[in-house]
Design a protein around this ligand. Structure first.
Ligand code: SF4
Ligand code: SF4
Length: 97
């Protein structure tokens, strides 16, 4: 069950009670970590971002499990995104509450 973030203390914030909220953000692909091409969108300036589908989530996210299907090859930004950080809490508030 997802815990509404307003009732959740920092210790209850976990990816396991989230719905991959951070995987709805724009993710720039700024270094080569081996992201498969089919998940990359190239903008008009040649910049690379993770493709997102109409439901808002990254194309590489498993919609059943909310797990990353390319975990070993995920972009650097995904590796750096910290659970419990301000950005994480902001995304949870925006999407789960
Ligand atoms: S890092 Fe934060 S926003 Fe991303 S899945 Fe985990 S709890 Fe959710
Ligand atoms: S590559 Fe994986 S971790 Fe990064 S946004 Fe997509 S599904 Fe989430």
């Amino acid at each position: 069950m997802n815990i509404p973030v307003k009732q959740a203390s920092a210790s209850t914030i976990s990816c396991s009670n989230c719905k991959a909220c951070c995987c709805r953000l724009e993710v720039l692909v700024i270094s080569d970590t081996g992201v498969p091409e089919e998940f990359i969108k190239i903008d008009q300036y040649g910049g690379e971002t993770m493709k997102r589908l109409n439901d808002g989530w990254c194309a590489a996210l498993d919609r059943e499990t909310f797990m990353c299907t390319i975990y070993e090859n995920r972009p650097w930004i995904c590796r750096e995104f910290e659970m419990g950080s301000y950005e994480c809490i902001d995304e949870r508030m925006a999407f789960l509450s």
